[in-house]
Design a protein around this ligand. Structure first.
Ligand code: ADP
Ligand code: ZN
Length: 213
């Protein structure tokens, strides 16, 4: 007989109905990953808002490198926003988290140093629900460290997809449209678009009229 799958209210298949959570003795790590424009920040904001409504003491961080919209808030491309504290390093986050904090959110987690993995693990081991969002691939499609390590140690993983700007298919990659080989281009959401596997060009794309035939 086939197994019966019951979806709880508020859950969405195929992700586990696990992210509407009440705090117990144990903490855990939730990772939200995907390309640019896939709704990672929206999803992080949705989860921390719910924690706030539930009056769970929470702290939200973002890296200093990401000053694209607002110095002290996470802002999604769809203009949802949530207050956040800017941190330069993973050690700064470790020092800033208060003992009573039950939920820790981190946006653009791929911009933190490798120490962020241990910091997340320690916070989770200490009883916190840790929710991080970030790019899983760079603009060439290569894994964006420290995301692979975070995905490995997470209890819950959500992979978000955008809509391919070329063909409308589900898009898992971020296409860079401006000519630079640097891994990070700050302040430049307009320098990227979401692309599917077929339409993605794993290098800088020349800015010519051919881009938009
Ligand atoms: P991320 O954090 O993954 O970059 P955001 O949460 O900031 O994504 O923004 C997601 C929003 O971006 C969508 O709800 C939609 O309004 C907008 N958006 C713009 N371009 C696209 C696209 N190609 N596919 C999906 N959403 C897009
Ligand atoms: Zn496509």
């Amino acid at each position: 007989m086939p197994a019966k799958v019951t979806l709880l209210p508020g859950s969405f298949w195929p992700h586990p109905p696990a992210v509407h959570i009440t705090h117990g003795e144990t903490g855990w790590l939730e990772v939200i990953c995907g390309p640019m424009f896939s709704g990672k920040s929206e999803e992080l904001i949705r989860r921390v808002r719910r924690a706030e409504i539930a009056r769970q003491p929470l702290q939200v961080f973002k890296p200093r490198i990401d000053d694209r919209y607002d110095a002290t808030r996470i802002v999604s491309h769809s203009q949802l926003a949530f207050d956040a504290v800017v941190a330069g390093t993973s050690a700064e986050i470790a020092r800033a988290v208060l003992p009573e904090t039950r939920v820790v959110g981190i946006d653009e987690v791929q911009f933190f140093d490798a120490g962020i993995v241990e910091v997340c693990e320690r916070l989770a081991a200490g009883g916190a629900r840790v929710i991080v969002a970030g790019l899983d691939q760079d603009y060439t499609g290569k894994p964006f460290e420290p995301m692979p390590a975070l995905l490995s140690v997470a209890e819950y993983v959500t992979k978000a997809l955008a809509i391919c700007a070329r063909c409308g298919a589900p898009a898992g990659r971020s296409q860079r449209l401006v000519a630079t080989g640097a891994r990070v281009v700050v302040g430049a959401a307009e320098s990227y678009e979401a692309r599917c596997r077929r339409c993605h060009v794993p290098r800088v794309e020349a800015q010519t009229g051919e881009l938009f035939p």
